[in-house]
Design a protein around this ligand. Structure first.
Ligand code: ADP
Ligand code: MG
Ligand code: ZN
Length: 492
């Protein structure tokens, strides 16, 4: 056991999927796809004399996120200049919010292996994204240096900052997953981490257990996946613990996570707020947020992941299954449609049945082909009608799985039709089953003799042979008792 405990605060940057940029009319485009520097204007390029105008839709989306994170929306908002030089920041400053942010004092409830925990959200503020740098590789590009693409410069960005309430990498991941799910459910961000539209930074310090000091913290950047967030956080906790063990001190600094070496390395010593020389953005008057508008926005929030999960648990799903379904809005939407189809179906199909078929069978087929729920061919109606055939005794569970796999490979289909066309209907007719069993017994006199000699376990073998002879279509609930009766009869 380590004598140290980690103290972690997270900063999440999420782009907002507005039509146009934060302070100009340029289109917001997928910066990994669009031709570089095609969506730029004097405002987002930082030309002198240009006037930025805040994008109302970005403010609306920011308010939605802040409400979903249980924050207090602030009636008085101000934009500030955060001054620093970087080649992808043509103005030499970023318009952000410093002392009067959009929202304060929220929280996110997460599940941990020690039970539920509340992570406090300190603030949510609006700012603008920077451009992107592409570092040239002389071997590939024939030149040294870097290229800059300003398509992303000025894209609305929401920064969400927690209190240092997070105690380990597991909690950090659970928190980031929860916030990512919220922005996805709200439809304001795709959650695509490869494209960098949502980015995580972890502020980490360690202290001796049982104390409540806040030691100097290290901020880790470049955490581009949940794996990087986990591993980077764990690495940094160990690194700092070792430094203190050797009697050293940890400096406040910014470090980058290196995916290849699995180490953090120093990027720069971390500045404090005063280093940025924040001052009020002179071109944007402070905003008075209309609280009636805020109340209207609150009414537009969809059912959020936490509420959805609670509703599924009320329907009899385990917390684990409910968590799996709500993790992505697409799978929750798919499941909700399946629930309505199950309700409308004549057979009695419990939500628990639907989730079992969905997570165990359908997700299995999807994972094997690396398809998402939106890319795979089975509709909720198809799955529910298949479950109906099984629950109604038309086919057995094993045949059901085979039919699902067949529909999946064929790009969809009507399970009832497949069962009809392939003659897969389950045989429950006792006389047909009796004939098959008698034929199996007669064809295997040796096994029968052993059975009659007292080797009872052979009844399972006869059961298997019967199912095989009937090509898996026999209703096992009928085969069992009929087989027992016929074997008993042979005892004479
Ligand atoms: P800024 O980055 O603007 O200077 P803060 O220093 O207040 O803001 O905090 C940034 C993030 O670092 C917050 O998430 C906060 O909870 C976290 N944090 C602050 N102090 C510590 C600390 N000693 N150890 C770990 N995290 C910290
Ligand atoms: Mg910060
Ligand atoms: Zn522009």
């Amino acid at each position: 056991m380590s004598k140290y405990e980690p103290v972690i605060g997270l900063e999440i940057h999420a782009e907002l999927e507005t039509e146009s940029k934060m302070f100009c009319g340029c289109k917001v485009v997928d910066s990994t796809m669009a031709e570089p520097n095609r969506h730029v204007c004097p405002v987002c390029c930082g030309m002198p004399g240009m006037l930025p105008v805040p994008n109302q839709d970005a403010i609306r989306m920011g308010i939605m996120v802040a409400q979903a994170l249980n924050c207090e929306i602030q009636p008085f908002n101000k934009f500030d200049r955060k001054n620093y030089f970087y080649p992808d920041l043509p103005k030499g400053y970023q318009i952000s919010q410093f002392d009067f942010p959009l929202a304060l004092n929220g929280y996110v409830d997460i599940e941990t292996s020690n039970g539920p925990k509340r992570i406090r959200v300190r603030r949510v503020h609006l700012e603008e994204d920077t451009g992107k740098l592409f570092h040239l590789d002389p071997k590939v590009d024939g030149a040294k240096g870097a290229l800059v693409d300003l398509n992303r410069a000025g894209v609305p960005l929401l920064e969400i900052v927690t209190e240092p309430d997070i105690a380990n990498a597991e909690e950090a991941e659970a928190y980031c997953r929860a916030v990512r799910a919220v922005v996805q459910y709200l439809g304001v961000n795709s959650g695509n981490m490869q494209k960098g539209v949502i980015r995580f930074e972890a502020n980490i310090s360690v202290r001796e257990k049982g104390t409540d000091v806040l030691n100097p913290r290290v901020e880790i950047k470049n955490l581009n996946s949940f794996r990087a967030l986990r591993n980077g956080t764990e690495y940094e906790i160990k690194r700092q613990s070792k430094v203190y063990d050797k009697g050293g001190t940890v400096d406040q600094e910014t470090r980058g996570w290196n995916e290849k070496t699995e180490k953090t390395t120093i990027q720069r010593s971390k500045e404090d707020a005063h280093d940025y020389r924040y001052f009020p953005e002179p071109d944007i008057p402070p905003l008075n947020i209309d609280m009636d508008w805020v109340a209207e926005i609150a009414k537009t929030l969809p059912e959020l992941p936490a509420a959805k999960k609670a509703r599924y648990e009320d329907l009899g799903l385990s917390s684990y299954d409910a968590g799996v379904i709500v993790a992505e809005p697409e799978s929750a939407a798919w499941f909700d449609t399946a629930l309505s189809a199950a309700d409308a179906h004549s057979a009695d199909i419990a939500p628990k049945k639907v989730v079992n078929w969905m997570t165990a069978e359908l997700f299995g087929l999807m994972n094997a082909e690396s398809l998402s729920i939106d890319e795979q061919p089975i509709t909720p109606q198809m799955l529910v009608s298949l479950i109906g055939l099984v629950e109604g005794g038309k086919i057995n569970g094993k045949t059901g799985k085979a039919v699902l796999a067949e529909m999946f490979d064929a790009g969809g289909g009507d399970p009832e039709q497949i069962v009809k066309d392939k003659g897969l209907a389950q045989v429950s007719d006792a006389s047909a089953i009796e004939d098959a069993i008698n034929a199996v017994i007669d064809a295997n006199p040796e096994q029968l003799a052993q059975y009659l000699d007292g080797k009872d376990s052979l009844s399972n073998w006869f059961f298997g042979q019967t199912m095989r002879a009937m090509k898996g279509k026999a209703n096992p609930q009928v085969v069992r008792p009929v087989l027992n009766k016929l074997l008993e009869a042979r005892k004479g």
